[in-house]
Design a binder for this molecule. Structure first.
Ligand code: SF4
Length: 225
C-alpha cells in the first residue's frame, strides 16, 4: 500500500497542524531580522509608485526597477502617460513580459487620473480601486508607502506566511487582510507586510522553505527542522 505522508508546509487552505505562532513574537523576530524592510520598488512620488506597482504584476520588483527610470523620465505625469505612443511605451515595457497589456493599462490609468483626479493619485482606497487596472493589493501598497495610510497588502508571500503561521486557513486575500487586521494594530500593518514579504523572498520560500535557517522555527506550526 502506498504510504502518503502529510506535508508540514500546508497547501493553501490546509489546516495548521500545531498551535498558531504568537503574532507579537513573530512581529518582534521579523523586526529583528529585517529592521530596514521596505517597499522594493523604486519610486519618488505616488504616481511613480502606482505605475511601478501596476507593472509588478507577474514579474519581479528588480525587473520593474530596471525599466522605470526611462519610463518615468519619458512620461513624468499622468497626462503624458495618457498621450503616450503605444509602440514607444511597449518598447520600454517589453522586458517585463505582457508588455502590450501593461502599456494599454498605463495609458488607461494615465487617462483616468488626468480626467478624473487632475493628474493626482487619490489617497483613498475607494477612489484607487475605481481606477482601471488597480486592485485592492495595489491600492494598499500605494496608500501605505506613498501616503502613510495603514493598509495590509496581501500578496502571494503575505498570504502564504499567514497560513503557515496558522493565523488563517483562508486563501481569499480580502479575508486574509481582515484576519491580519484583527491580529495586528494599524500602526504595524505596512511594515509587517514588508517584513513578511522579505521573509517570504529570502527564507520562507513557496516550494522549499529554509526552515533550518529560519529564526521563527521554534514558534512556527509549519516548521520542518
Ligand atoms: S521557513 Fe520559517 S516561517 Fe517558513 S515554514 Fe519554515 S519555520 Fe515556518
Amino acid at each position: 500500500m502506498a504510504h502518503v505522508s502529510a506535508s508540514r508546509h500546508p497547501e493553501p487552505g490546509a489546516p495548521p497542524t500545531r498551535d498558531p505562532a504568537p503574532p507579537a513574537a513573530v512581529a518582534a523576530e521579523l523586526a529583528r531580522r529585517y529592521p530596514d524592510a521596505h517597499c522594493e520598488l523604486d519610486f519618488a512620488s505616488p504616481l511613480q509608485l502606482l505605475v511601478a506597482t501596476v507593472l509588478s504584476a507577474q514579474t519581479t520588483d528588480v525587473r520593474v526597477n530596471q525599466v522605470t527610470p526611462e519610463l518615468f523620465e519619458r512620461y513624468p505625469t499622468a497626462a503624458s502617460l495618457s498621450a503616450a505612443d503605444v509602440g514607444d511605451l511597449e518598447a520600454i515595457l517589453r522586458p517585463l513580459g505582457f508588455f502590450r497589456s501593461k502599456a494599454a493599462a498605463l495609458i488607461g490609468l494615465g487617462r483616468a487620473l488626468a480626467e478624473e483626479h487632475d493628474g493626482e493619485v487619490p489617497a483613498d482606497l475607494t477612489a484607487l480601486v475605481a481606477l482601471p487596472g488597480v486592485g485592492r493589493k495595489t491600492a494598499n501598497v500605494v496608500l501605505g508607502n506613498a501616503f502613510d495610510v495603514p493598509g495590509i497588502t496581501v500578496d502571494t508571500h503575505v498570504g502564504r506566511l499567514a497560513r503557515r503561521f496558522g493565523w488563517t486557513d483562508d486563501v481569499d486575500p480580502v479575508r486574509v487582510e481582515r484576519r491580519l487586521g484583527d491580529l495586528f494594530p494599524p500602526r504595524e500593518w505596512v511594515v509587517l507586510c514588508h517584513r513578511l514579504i522579505f521573509h517570504g523572498r529570502r527564507i520562507c520560500f513557496a516550494r522549499r522553505p529554509a526552515c533550518g535557517e529560519c529564526p521563527l522555527a521554534g514558534i512556527c506550526p509549519s516548521a520542518e527542522v
